[in-house]
Design a protein around this ligand. Structure first.
Ligand code: ADP
Ligand code: MG
Length: 355
């Protein structure tokens, strides 16, 4: 695995001091009866990284997060935080905090009291408590809202209070389980940028769980794509998107645009399953020049046109067999190609083989 540190760092404490990951999962498994919710996960997350776990519902993301937090014990494998095996420790013995989708703020307490709560439980003296709570509220830009009750806040503000409540403990690692899932699209997009900025400001390791590929691509330093309790691919957003390691990743991150069978043999020139991103494909009139050097091209028929405002999406059935989706910037103000004959072209390197 490319994300694994060389094995010698495990044996040399001196070298491990600066290279040891914030989180290391080794052979992590969790079974609920017959359900293999997490089925052998190996992962290193370096300190300060904004790391996302992306995958469909039921792929095991939450279970991994709950095991890191200590709410769930592994069936097998280990969890290390900064080089220490915490697999069997209670949640409060681990230097992590979790932000859930339902913020679960105390409705009868003010915002400030909500943020202070964790420190009160830890018997932090009152003045220090107040200072740290105010600082955390400042981090999430809510310093003027301390005296309000949660009901007097918008969804996005409540979310930020939940975040402040976690940050006030100054954990080394913050775990976030679909924290923006309850917000509407506009607010979610604003919060994505804000959350990313906050992570940069505080510099702590974020592990962010989401089923939303746009969210993961927008926010993350690296993404792990989960499927059936396993990681299919780990890498920076551009790598996962531009070079999906499997047909599953190609389909889950971005639009599935796969060419196989006879279509692949005829158009690409060899058998296999190939992925091509819709926005990499140029769509022209069928009578236009065939491919230039370094390009692949195929003729076909438009079978569907979807107008989506900023873009227009075409479904094209290739003469050689198979169907490709093409996205075009809406530069013409309307769909330029209706049902009809077209030629599709793309640079050779933009179609690549997947398993
Ligand atoms: P995700 O967060 O990716 O949606 P989960 O980790 O919540 O996935 O769930 C992974 C699988 O484990 C699912 O099949 C789910 O039904 C199952 N599962 C999760 N928690 C439990 C539990 N407490 N008991 C039984 N099955 C569970
Ligand atoms: Mg989940």
């Amino acid at each position: 695995m490319p994300n694994q540190a060389p094995t010698e760092t495990r044996e040399e404490p001196a070298a491990a001091e600066h290279t040891r990951p914030a989180i290391r999962l080794s052979g992590l498994r969790k079974h609920f009866g017959d359900v293999h919710a997490v089925d052998g996960v190996d992962l290193d997350i370096p300190p300060g990284e904004f790391f996302s776990m992306l995958g469909p519902s039921g792929s095991g993301k939450t279970t991994v997060l709950r095991m890191i937090a200590g709410f769930e014990l592994p069936t097998g494998g280990t969890i290390e935080l900064e080089g220490h095996d915490v697999s069997r420790l209670a949640p409060f013995e681990r230097d992590v905090n979790t932000v859930f989708q339902d913020y679960a703020l105390f409705p009868h307490m003010t915002v400030l009291q909500n943020v202070e709560y964790g420190l009160r439980v830890k018997r932090v003296p009152k003045r220090q408590r107040r200072e740290r709570a105010l600082e955390a509220l400042k981090t999430v830009r809510l310093e003027d809202y301390g005296s309000r009750k949660p009901a007097q806040l918008s969804g996005g503000q409540r979310q930020r209070v939940a975040l402040a409540r976690a940050l006030v403990n100054r954990p080394k690692v913050l775990l976030l389980d679909e924290p923006l899932g309850a917000l509407d699209l506009k607010l979610r997009q604003a919060m994505q940028l804000e959350l990313k900025q906050i992570q940069r400001d505080v510099g702590i390791t974020f592990v962010f769980v989401t089923h939303d590929q746009d969210e993961a691509l927008t926010m993350s330093d690296r993404i792990a794509v989960f499927n059936n309790g396993k990681i299919e691919q780990v890498g920076p957003p551009e790598e996962v998107y531009e070079r999906p390691a499997s047909a599953f990743v190609a389909g889950f991150v971005g639009t599935s645009n796969l060419l196989g069978g006879r279509g692949a043999e005829t158009v690409i020139g060899r058998p296999g399953l190939f992925s091509i991103r819709p926005e990499k494909i140029r769509i022209d009139d069928a009578l236009s020049e065939p491919a230039a050097a370094g390009e692949t091209s195929a003729t076909g028929t438009v079978t569907d046109v979807v107008y989506a405002g900023a873009t227009v999406r075409y479904a094209v059935t290739l003469d050689a067999g198979g169907q490709l989706s093409v996205v075009r910037q809406n530069t013409d103000g309307a769909a330029a190609f209706g049902a009809g004959r077209v030629r599709l072209s793309w640079r050779n390197e933009h179609s690549f083989q997947v398993q």
